[in-house]
Design a protein around this ligand. Structure first.
Ligand code: G3I
Length: 346
């Protein structure tokens, strides 16, 4: 059988995975990661807390190791992530909390961070996630009940940091495609005040109108069989509407959590594994149907390394997990076969 990467080539689509750098010492992990995928994203090692654990002292070792892996396998890199409210170094968040870092200094620190990281890997990054998860969730819109900006950077710098970050990134590497990246923007809802997809759409439209260098919108697509499915038509519609703003689109962190323990009943035809495959497939079909969708990246390819196993999505850790396309023993699941079929058929 052909790999996902080979099958996708024909569509000029890159298929990717997030890489857990620690897992690269496992030969099976390494072999699948290097053959099935044409693009890779570092799951954690390019985040600020990893790159600058101590103020003023960069540690590029893990990020460099990731880059060597990608380049040895001729894989295009999605850089992740320049500006996010999570996984920030303690010295930064504590400095802001205790008042020793003021607004002016914070903005200068952010500018230096974006510039230094983009410059370090200049010319080697295909797509950068410049700003990540800057918008409230439609399901949890904060006290005012309306979707708006959220997070550490908005709270401390106001909304202007978004445009600043894109401009700083462009100045440091004019060739990288600069992305806004977020979750729960898979489909448009009703356009009302809880429609996060619409808010992100309006934000990107305004940035483009002001000449801010935004090249792409990344839809993370963290889904769960616990919630209603999206059809490929809804996915393609959302991607096409973003493309109408003059940006590329990408599915950047695809995974589909399953409700457990039902998944492990041992049935020959397991409905939850089928539902998981359906969601992976709808996303692939939607991406293939939308001409500006340039990459489809899964957020980890095997259940053994899926972040969902350690996360509480409301029902307790381990109740909604095993979100990947291979199982813990690296056996392909129905979702893998679905992606193969979608890529071979279309
Ligand atoms: O690095 C420490 C290690 O020193 C410590 O011993 C260990 C003990 O728990 O924790 C390690 O940190 C963990 C880190 O991943 C690195 O492995 C954190 O606990 C853990 O919370 C963290 O989770 C990551 C998560 O982002 C946190 O923000 C996941 O691996 C990663 O998959 C996830 O990725 C995000 C994307 O960046 C953005 N979109 C959502 C996506 C899923 O949450």
């Amino acid at each position: 059988t052909q790999t996902l990467a080979t099958l996708a080539d024909r569509h000029h689509l890159a298929v990717g995975t997030a890489i857990d750098v620690g897992a690269l010492s496992d030969p099976t992990y390494r072999s699948i990661a290097s053959t099935e995928f044409s693009t890779v994203t570092p799951e954690n090692v390019m985040k600020w807390e990893a790159l600058e654990p101590t103020r003023g002292r960069y540690d590029w070792s893990a990020a460099d190791r990731f880059m060597r892996f990608a380049e040895a396998n001729d894989q295009q890199v999605r850089g992740h992530v320049l500006v996010w409210s999570n996984q920030l170094p303690g010295w930064l968040t504590e400095g802001v909390a205790d008042g020793s870092i003021d607004r002016t200094e914070l903005r200068a620190l952010l500018r230096k961070h974006v510039t230094d990281v983009v410059t370090r890997y200049k010319g080697r990054i295909w797509q950068w996630d410049v700003v990540n998860e800057a918008v409230e969730d439609g399901f949890d819109p904060g006290p005012d009940g309306v979707v708006g900006y959220k997070g550490f950077w908005y709270d401390n710098l106001g909304p202007g940091y978004v445009a600043d970050a894109f401009r700083w990134a462009r100045a440091a590497d004019p060739k990288a495609l600069l992305f806004y990246n977020d979750y729960n923007i898979d489909a448009f809802a009703d356009g009302g005040s809880l429609d996060k997809t619409q808010f992100v759409y309006d934000m990107v439209r305004d940035l483009k109108a002001r000449g801010v260098p935004v090249d792409g919108v990344g839809s993370q697509a963290h889904l769960s069989t616990r919630y209603p499915n999206y059809s490929s038509f809804q996915i393609a519609d959302a991607l096409n509407r973003f493309a109408g703003l003059g940006v590329a689109t990408a599915l950047t962190e695809v995974d589909v959590r399953n409700l457990l323990p039902e998944e492990r009943t041992g049935d020959t035809i397991n409905p939850l594994l089928q539902a998981q495959a359906f969601n992976y497939g709808a996303l692939m079909q939607g991406c293939l149907a939308s001409r500006k969708c340039i990459s489809y990246t899964v957020w980890g390819f095997d259940d053994g390394h899926s972040w969902t196993n350690d996360w509480d999505f409301g029902g307790g850790v381990g109740t909604e997990a095993l979100a990947a396309i291979y199982d813990e023993d690296y056996r392909p699941k129905p979702a893998y076969a679905q992606l193969q079929a979608d890529l071979a058929y279309a």
